[in-house]
Design a protein around this ligand. Structure first.
Ligand code: AHR
Length: 518
């Protein structure tokens, strides 16, 4: 039995005594406790990440004001509209590894006077700094999302980080606030989320947790709350299962932070030098990828348990500010640009991961998938003036019903998805109730060959209607291209019915389904 503290209890294997070879349809049961409300699912869990990496910022977002690609002040209109439609709540910037070599003063003032720098982390390309603080905050205003700025602790000074906060949020007659005004922005911006360094255990400085914790305390001391702006201070947290990092940070600096980050990437092969293709894979790769994605659950449970020791009230949020699938780059593309296609497999990874975040929303207060456009598990892919949305985009859109809703605890008894000597749970689910008491369930059938019957019981509410949408395709590697932009897209779901005390549904193999019960 796998047990999540506040989310879903999963009973695994053997319940339905089905042999791996006999599986043709699976039968599963679910109890939703609509009478026991959980925590709020912060909409920030549905956040995005945009780094100066490959074609995320340049091409994906920034095209210059004189571009033939329709834009507003240099920011392309199609990607903004797509992110807006996705209800993106928060966008992290400028990195990633790039953040710890980014000097913000290079990216302000007249664009033609800004210095060019060498992007040493990502492809060794020239970064002309045309997209800087003003452009990023303009982007956030156009999308309607909160900015999440990551400061440079690795190669920047305390003064530089302090002045950046003053530049953006200072409201008095001070040097940095006046510099901002001279650059055309009279009013201070509201900046809530501020990260103090990125991956300080690696590309951000190869620090020990003790050294970083001291540095965090020092830098954080000088990050001021100007006027009525209040920073939500995010310390660099661990990489996947580095539990010692969490122990040290929480005991040495827990009281000085509002959030601790966590990074975890899904690598299907588990081998960073041969990660595997985004589109050319078999069923064993499909299952291995989902198994790796499900590894997030252990990380959330164990890091959270460590945080509970010094923060039982759960004041400090676990901010999973980088996650997603990382494959080999598309053949023929710059290896430093991390450009990969996005298939139905990635939709399932997004579905199961978002269900886990929802289930752990008592501790997980933000997550930022890597990355929004043209990099890793992207929502959007662009090619010059063309843009296509990915299967992962559709999952984020379907799951947006959970944003700021109340988690409903649930118990899932599901059959395993067995392939040769490997098995994982066949289903994943999370449930919430929104302000109008409408219940939403997001369900994933991880099994690529067998449909799944779910007999759902809802305790405390008598639902009269059920409707839904489904994302699936004939092939595991189905994906959208610039020529076939709608190969994978959500369709109405007609396989759910109201039943005694709840509902029944039949999920197609390899599918993500959202149900609405009223
Ligand atoms: O998202 C790509 C990179 O992965 C980020 O720059 C870094 O923080 C992580 O290692």
């Amino acid at each position: 039995m796998m047990k999540s503290k506040r989310g879903v209890t999963i009973l695994l294997a053997g319940l339905f005594a089905t042999s791996a070879f006999a599986q043709t349809i699976t039968t599963n049961s679910l109890v939703i406790h609509a009478d026991q409300k959980g925590s709020t699912i912060s909409r920030m869990i549905y956040g995005q990440f945009s780094e100066h990496l490959g074609r995320c910022i340049y091409e994906g977002i920034w095209v210059e004001p004189d571009s033939p690609i329709p834009n507003t002040r240099g920011i392309r209109n199609d990607t903004v509209a797509a992110l807006k439609a996705l209800k993106v709540p928060v966008l992290r910037w400028p990195g990633g590894c790039f953040a710890d070599e980014y000097h913000w003063k290079d990216g302000i003032g007249p664009r033609e006077k800004r210095p060019s720098i060498y992007n040493s982390h990502w492809g060794g390309v020239v970064e002309n700094n045309h997209f800087g603080t003003h452009e990023f905050l303009d982007l956030c205003e156009q999308v309607g999302c909160e900015p999440y700025i990551c400061g440079n602790l690795g190669s920047g000074s305390v003064q530089e980080m302090m002045e950046w906060v003053e530049y953006m949020t200072g409201d008095s007659d001070s040097p940095m606030a006046n510099l901002r005004r001279a650059n055309g922005r009279k009013d201070p911006w509201k900046i809530k989320y501020f990260g103090v360094g990125n991956e300080s255990w690696g590309c951000g400085g190869n620090m020990t947790p003790e050294f970083y914790a001291d540095n965090y305390r020092r830098y954080n001391t000088f990050l001021k709350n100007y006027g009525n702006n209040r920073l939500f201070r995010i310390a660099c947290g661990p990489n996947d299962s580095n539990y010692r990092w969490t122990e040290v940070l929480m005991s040495a600096a827990g009281r000085q932070m509002n959030g601790l980050s966590l990074h975890y990437y899904t690598i299907p092969s588990g081998n960073w030098s041969r990660k595997g293709s985004a589109t050319q894979f078999g069923e064993a790769d499909w299952q291995a990828t989902l198994k790796s994605a499900l590894g997030m659950e252990t990380l959330l449970e164990r890091h959270s348990a460590i945080m509970d020791k010094t923060d039982p009230e759960k004041r400090v949020g676990l901010m999973v500010d980088e996650w997603g699938v990382w494959y080999d780059v598309e053949p023929g593309t710059n290896p430093g640009f991390l450009y990969q296609q996005n298939t139905l497999r990635d939709a399932l990874v997004a579905g199961v991961t978002l269900n886990l975040f929802n289930q752990h929303c008592d501790r997980v207060k933000m997550a930022n998938i890597a990355q929004a456009i043209n990099v890793l598990q992207a929502m959007l892919l662009t090619d010059k003036e063309k843009m296509v949305v990915t299967p992962t985009y559709h999952v984020f859109q379907m799951y947006s019903v959970h944003q700021d809703a109340t988690l409903l605890p649930s118990e899932l008894k599901c059959e395993d998805y067995v392939l040769r000597d490997q098995k994982i749970p066949g289903l994943s689910v999370s449930a919430s109730s929104d302000k109008s008491e409408t219940i939403h369930l997001t369900l994933c059938n991880l099994n690529p060959t067998c449909p799944a019957i779910i007999n759902g019981q809802i305790q405390g509410v008598s639902a009269k209607t059920v409707s839904g949408r489904v994302l699936t395709a004939a092939e595991m590697n189905a994906h959208n291209t610039f020529d076939h932009a709608d190969a994978v897209k959500p369709e109405p779901f007609n396989e759910a019915r109201i039943a005694a005390n709840g509902f029944t549904a039949k999920l197609p193999p390899k599918s993500v389904v959202v149900l609405e019960l009223k």
